[in-house]
Design a protein around this ligand. Structure first.
Ligand SMILES: NC(=O)c1ccc[n+]([C@@H]2O[C@H](COP(=O)([O-])OP(=O)(O)OC[C@H]3O[C@@H](n4cnc5c(N)ncnc54)[C@H](O)[C@@H]3O)[C@@H](O)[C@H]2O)c1
Length: 456
């Protein structure tokens, strides 16, 4: 596989050669268009970069939340626990969910927030308010980009749950809109703020693993019972399994690995190849658990149970990226990094550094906590563990967003991260449709990835 210059798209001949070399011809997916267009349409002109752009200082950070289901409620709790936040507006298509969230706001001693629940596009009214600094969307995936675009176009910063986008066209829309409106679009990848991820990132930056060569990232989580529920995520998250394939949920694993590998701080994702197994998990679960008269029996599941994608970076590093939510398994994000001087592997967390006592054996990560705990966890780790979801990382993420906005700092991630970390779904889908052919990542940053950047 040729390794061309940073921005050169793979030539048509390269793609055909690679596709032809693949032994099994995989049926072209109906959603192949999710991987186009690369580069963006000429109507979407690049403006100055948003990389490293600081927030204006905010004495108080006024937040609106769109989508007050499971995740929106938990994010609301984190934000209410952070000083200097006011929740000014809430939106959900289910009025009772908005009312329940609003009560939590007033119970916390804040003024009653405005409530919007008149339909799927009620957020378009919400964003017109003049008492909002940032709109946080925790809606189902197809709504993330529309809500973010509406927020930025109305002069508000946008924060979104993961993934930010489900097609390359949406990725470009987010990038160009952020650049043109000069508003940030942040994909709030909470796993970047988990204790081990921040500790390992600190050790990587200190050079303890040497030059980083390889990393592994994944979302491996048995969601079968959740996917078949008649509420919450069961209402929308099974659908992509019926009409798409690929690496649906790349960012929990890939976000922290992107930090380890200095993606957009001197490196970037270059291209990806992808393979999926056959599908068995949802079909067998339905057979065992779902009554035969359920409308769910009309569905056909087409997404392979395990997707394995490989990403090559411009600097030649490689990343294994896996997705598996339909087989019985303990939770696992793989989360590993390997360099010229050592290796970190997670689940369970363990470290090997060349020359450490004990020969070629891992040591528990606890041995490294005293020396390398990330400063954010040193400062607010105690309160995070008491108040925050997912072991404290959700509080750390909320705290850090508010800190950046109050102190006028650049955010820890930006719209280019949102786009590049979301792109593996459409790119893996396109690769699968072409017999695992390599698919090039667009350079969403227009070359700015080469600059060093400040942040957490
Ligand atoms: N970062 C994490 O750890 C984490 C954890 C869970 C979920 N998530 C993500 O959060 C998002 C929401 O997931 P969830 O578990 O809360 O699902 P959910 O179904 O519980 O909540 C989604 C909410 O959005 C509402 N909604 C749907 N369409 C809407 C629209 N057009 N406008 C306003 N509201 C709308 C629904 O009524 C529902 O209340 C998803 O993107 C999911 O992947 C992230």
């Amino acid at each position: 596989m040729p390794h061309g210059p940073a921005d050169a798209p793979l030539s048509r001949r390269d793609l055909l050669k690679a596709a032809g070399a693949a032994s099994a011809a995989i049926a072209v997916s109906s959603s192949e268009s999710h991987a186009d267009p690369t580069p963006p349409p000429s109507s979407m002109l690049a403006a100055a970069t948003m990389m490293g752009v600081p927030f204006a200082r905010h004495a108080k950070v006024r937040v609106a939340i769109v989508g007050t289901g499971l995740r929106g409620s938990s994010v609301l709790g984190e934000l209410l626990a952070v000083d200097g936040v006011q929740i000014t507006a809430l939106c959900d298509i289910v009025p009772a969910k908005v009312a329940r969230a609003a009560k939590r706001v007033t119970d916390a001693g804040q003024p009653a927030p405005a409530m919007y629940s008149s339909g799927e596009r009620a957020f378009e009214e919400l964003v017109k308010r003049d008492d909002i600094d940032i709109v946080y969307t925790a809606t189902p995936w197809p709504w993330h980009t529309p809500v973010c675009l509406a927020a930025m176009k109305a002069g508000k910063h946008a924060a979104t749950e993961v993934p930010a986008a489900t097609s390359l066209a949406e990725c470009w829309d987010l990038v160009r809109t952020s650049e043109q409106t000069r508003k940030h679009c942040l994909m709030m990848e909470n796993c970047c703020y988990d204790f081990n991820e921040m500790l390992v990132d600190t050790m990587v930056k200190k050079g303890l693993f040497g030059e980083i060569m390889y990393a592994e990232a994944a979302y491996i989580h048995d969601l079968r019972s959740i996917l078949f529920e008649d509420r919450d995520e069961g209402l929308w998250r099974r659908k992509p399994h019926t009409n798409r394939d690929g690496n649906f949920y790349p960012t929990h694993g890939l976000g922290p690995v992107a930090w380890y590998l200095d993606i957009h701080k001197g490196d970037r994702f270059d291209y990806l190849v992808s393979m999926s197994t056959p599908e068995r998990g949802l079909t067998q679960w339905r057979e065992a658990k779902v009554p035969k008269d359920s409308p769910k029996w009309q569905e056909k599941y087409v997404a392979g149970d395990i997707n394995s994608s490989f990403i090559k970076t411009i600097r030649g590093k490689t990343i294994l990226l896996q997705h598996n939510v339909t087989l019985p398994t303990p939770y696992d994000r793989l989360n590993s990094v390997r360099g010229t001087k050592g290796v970190f592997k997670d689940y369970p967390a363990r470290i090997f550094l060349e020359g450490q006592p004990g020969g070629h054996a891992f040591k528990p990560v606890d041995d490294y906590k005293a020396a390398h705990t990330h400063p954010l966890w040193q400062r607010v780790g105690e309160i995070a563990r008491q108040k925050g979801g997912h072991g404290g990382m959700d509080y750390i993420m909320a705290f850090r967003l508010v800190e950046c906005m109050r102190e006028g700092l650049p955010p820890d991630f930006d719209v280019y991260d949102a786009a590049a970390w979301s792109a593996p779904w459409p790119l893996s889908e396109a690769s699968l449709a072409k017999g695992s052919a390599p698919m090039r990542f667009p350079d969403f940053s227009n070359g700015a990835w080469q600059r060093p950047r400040t942040g957490a």
